[in-house]
Design a protein around this ligand. Structure first.
Ligand code: AMP
Ligand code: MG
Length: 268
C-alpha cells in the first residue's frame, strides 16, 4: 500500500471528521525543506504525466477541490500544477449559481465542464457546494438536498464509466488556522482583495459546515471516486499530499505515448 492511500476515506467505514487532525504531517517524507524538494520532483512528474495524458487522448482526469474559505484551494492549484502545459488543463471555479443555472438541476452546469479525452480539469469548488453551503443555509428544502448524495454518486459513476478518473480532495484546516488566515487577508494589501464580508458570517457557521462536510464525505467516498482528507494547516504538507495522490493516480493508468505506424512516411 502506498503511504498516500492512508488519507483516502474508506467507503466501507463511517467517517468521523474529528479524528482527522488538520495539523498532521505524519506521512511527510522529511522536514519542511525535504518535503518541498520531493514536491518539486512530483510536480515535474505531473507535467510529464499530463503530457502523456494529452498525447494519448484517451483518459480524462477530474480533480475536485473543496474546503472552507482560506483552506488553500487556489494555492494548491498554483503549486501543484505550476509546470503543466496550459493546453489540456482547465481550472473551473464554481461560484453562486446564476438564475439560469438555478432553473436547471444542480448538475447541469457541472456536467458541461467535465474533462474531455486527454484533459485534466480542476474544480475549485464543485457540485459538492450543493450539499454544503446549500445545506447549511437551507437554500433548497431538506428533502431535496438529501437526495443529492445518491445523485452525485450516480453522476460520478457514470463519468468514470466514460473514461473519467476522479480524485476528490478536502483541504482540512482548523478553525484557528482560518482565523489567522482571514486576519492575514485583512492585514496584507496584496491579499485584501480576497476578503469578503460574508467570510466572517460563514465562519460563525463552522460547526454546521463541519457536519455537512462529514456527512458529504461519508456518503460520497466511493470506490470509483474516493475522497482524500488532506491535513491542510501546513501548506507544504498539503501540496505534497495532493501532488502525491495525483502522481499515484496517473501512474496507475500506465499510459504510453501512442506509436502510430509511420513506417512508410519519408521526410525529404
Ligand atoms: P469563492 O470561492 O471565495 O470565490 O466564493 C465562491 C462562493 O460561491 C462561495 O461562497 C460558495 O459557497 C458559493 N457557491 C458555490 N457554489 C454554490 C452553490 N451551488 N450554491 C450556492 N453558493 C455557491
Ligand atoms: Mg471567498
Amino acid at each position: 500500500m502506498f503511504e498516500i492511500d492512508k488519507l483516502r476515506v474508506d467507503p466501507a467505514e463511517p467517517f468521523d471528521i474529528s479524528k482527522h487532525d488538520p495539523g498532521d504531517t505524519g506521512l511527510a517524507p522529511g522536514d519542511k525543506e525535504e518535503t518541498e524538494r520531493t514536491s518539486a520532483e512530483l510536480e515535474l512528474k505531473i507535467d510529464e504525466l499530463q503530457e502523456l495524458l494529452y498525447a494519448g487522448h484517451q483518459h480524462k482526469l477530474l480533480i475536485v477541490l473543496q474546503g472552507m474559505d482560506t483552506s488553500g484551494k487556489d494555492g494548491t492549484i498554483r503549486h501543484v500544477l505550476r509546470g503543466v502545459s496550459l493546453q489540456g488543463v482547465r481550472v473551473i471555479s464554481f461560484k453562486r449559481p446564476t438564475e439560469v443555472e438555478l432553473d436547471h438541476d444542480f448538475l447541469w452546469r457541472v456536467h458541461s465542464q467535465t474533462p474531455a479525452a486527454g484533459e485534466i480539469v480542476v474544480f475549485n469548488r464543485s457540485h459538492y457546494e450543493d450539499v454544503l453551503v446549500v445545506r447549511v443555509h437551507e437554500l433548497v428544502p431538506k428533502e431535496q438536498w438529501k437526495q443529492r448524495y445518491e445523485q452525485i454518486n450516480a453522476f460520478e459513476k457514470m463519468l468514470t464509466e466514460n473514461g473519467v478518473t476522479i480524485l476528490k480532495f478536502f483541504l482540512h484546516i482548523s478553525s484557528d488556522e482560518q482565523r489567522k488566515r482571514l486576519q492575514d487577508r485583512l492585514d496584507d494589501p496584496t491579499k485584501r482583495w480576497k476578503f469578503q464580508h460574508g467570510d466572517i458570517e460563514e465562519r460563525k457557521l463552522w460547526g454546521d459546515y463541519m457536519k455537512a462536510y462529514e456527512h458529504a464525505i461519508e456518503k460520497t467516498s466511493t470506490d470509483w471516486a474516493p475522497w482524500y482528507v488532506v491535513p491542510a494547516n501546513r501548506k507544504w504538507y498539503r501540496n505534497w499530499v495532493v501532488a502525491s495522490a495525483i502522481v499515484r493516480t496517473l501512474e496507475k493508468l500506465k499510459m504510453e505515448y501512442p506509436q502510430p505506424d509511420l513506417s512508410k512516411e519519408v521526410i525529404e
